[in-house]
Design a protein around this ligand. Structure first.
Ligand SMILES: Cc1cc2nc3c(=O)[nH]c(=O)nc-3n(C[C@H](O)[C@H](O)[C@H](O)COP(=O)(O)OP(=O)(O)OC[C@H]3O[C@@H](n4cnc5c(N)ncnc54)[C@H](O)[C@@H]3O)c2cc1C
Length: 407
């Protein structure tokens, strides 16, 4: 479909629709757009008024941008980035690792700007949008599919829960059964400063991680994530002196935001004519930077499935979307919890740039995890478990390795 083309809504009255999407965040809007592209009459309702802001690192990976194009949303503005940089600085030692994306670039874009462009596109193709309206699901699911949107009854064919991390639709539809693998807090702040790096920088510290995403020529977004209770933005930044030095004295733009970030794997994401999408449908810790990419993939899969009246296909395909991000989340959250493990992994990555590049390719789905494990597993195991004898595993020695072995 040509982006911007308005698809006529047929035969539906203001009180009925093919699909009602509860929540108009990135996942809900993407789902609305994808369903509309497939010709469904869609209604998206959100309790808030746009543009809706939220705590987010504001980095879109190359695969997220590709899926946005499929949704007909070629994002404009923001600031490109070319890869990921990890930094682990300790007194007397620093381990730095950089990897470029193997295909495409990422884009840092302010959350409100992403929301504005998604909203405009949704409206332009005929998604019915209702803002400032809480969807009241009632205590129990009614036969025939009817809920109240801003006090008015609305009948639907499908109900899509895109209502975020603490989803009420999930509870209401009996889809709460899940394994909660991690739960941490994330805060976001914007600084008026020209980006100093072409990559998203992830700074690892004992109190948590901070990552820096360029979002404009003169602005960066800093997200900090911690598993320790009672800590806020400045406390975590205080544990990262290098980054604090970069940001010291720079103007803070707008207001800080905080949110819970979790790694949650749901047992099921559909029940009858109800489906979950985005954070409501499960998530991977924010340190993976994949929440938006997963939401867009889920939206496309959902639309493909519902347009064929095959909701079971969505159920089957959904777990594959979150599998890799959740595996990566487990590894990265374990690095946050165990300093010795973090030091060992980051030392290994800093000495092996090619390994970090392939690790990033796996992270973004460019290389399969089984293939990576089959070709690099032995080397990786040696390097992590026996760092002193890692070279025995046919490892190509680098100047950094040599330096580290002699110091
Ligand atoms: C600190 C932090 C950093 C992150 N960094 C990144 C990153 O760099 N890259 C990335 O890809 N992802 C990142 N993420 C993850 C990403 O932000 C989420 O995956 C994404 O916001 C999920 O979008 P969503 O639409 O599912 O949920 P949300 O954005 O939470 O939207 C849910 C919407 O539902 C509405 N709603 C809820 N209940 C109702 C109701 N009853 N009626 C009507 N409306 C309702 C809410 O008002 C809200 O607008 C980060 C997350 C955190 C916390």
């Amino acid at each position: 479909m040509v982006p911007g083309t308005r698809i006529p809504n047929k035969s539906k009255t203001p009180q009925t629709c093919d699909a009602l999407v509860v929540g108009g965040g990135p996942a809900g809007l993407a789902a609305g757009i994808a369903l509309r592209q497939r010709g469904l009459d869609v209604f998206v309702a959100d309790a808030l008024i746009p543009p809706i802001d939220k705590s987010c690192g504001e980095g879109l990976t190359p695969d997220a941008l590709r899926d946005l194009l499929r949704l007909g949303v070629p994002l404009s503005g923001g600031h490109r980035f070319t890869g990921i940089h990890f930094a682990n600085r300790k007194p007397g030692r620093e381990d730095l690792a950089t990897a470029q994306f193997s295909a495409g670039e990422g884009l840092g874009v302010r959350r409100v700007e992403l929301h504005r462009q998604l909203t405009e596109h949704a409206a332009s193709i005929g998604v019915r949008l209702k803002w400032g309206c809480r969807v009241d699901l009632g205590d129990e699911r009614t036969i025939g599919g009817r809920v109240f949107v801003g006090g008015e009854a609305l009948s639907y064919g499908y109900l899509v829960g895109a209502d975020g991390e603490g989803s009420r639709v999930r509870r209401w539809a009996g889809l709460e059964r899940a394994s909660l693998r991690s739960q941490r807090l994330g805060f976001r702040r914007h600084y008026r400063v020209a980006p100093w790096s072409e990559e998203v920088e992830v700074h690892w510290g004992d109190l948590g991680e901070a990552y820096v995403t360029p979002v404009a020529e003169d602005e960066v977004c800093v997200a900090v994530i911690t598993g320790r209770s009672g800590l806020h933005f400045d406390a975590i930044l205080g544990g990262l002196p290098y980054l604090r030095g970069k940001l010291g004295g720079r103007a803070i733009v707008g207001r800080d935001r905080g949110a819970v970030t979790s790694t949650r794997k749901l047992h099921r994401v559909t029940s009858g004519n109800v489906a979950l999408v985005g954070d409501a449908s499960g998530s991977a810790d924010a340190i993976t930077g994949t929440g938006l990419a997963s939401a867009f993939r889920e939206a496309l899969l959902l639309a493909d499935s519902l347009s064929r009246d095959a909701i079971a296909d969505y159920e089957r395909g959904h777990s594959a979307i979150l599998r890799l991000p959740q595996t990566m989340a487990s590894i990265m959250v374990s690095m946050d919890r165990r300093p010795w493990w973090r030091d060992r992994v980051l030392r290994m990555l800093s000495g092996s740039p090619d390994l970090f590049a392939r690790f990033l390719a796996v992270h973004l789905g460019g290389e399969s995890l089984p293939h990576f494990a089959a070709t690099r597993g032995l080397q990786l195991g040696f390097r992590l478990l026996l760092p002193g004898v890692g070279c025995l595993a046919c490892w190509r020695s680098s100047p950094v390795d040599d330096y580290q072995r002699t110091t």
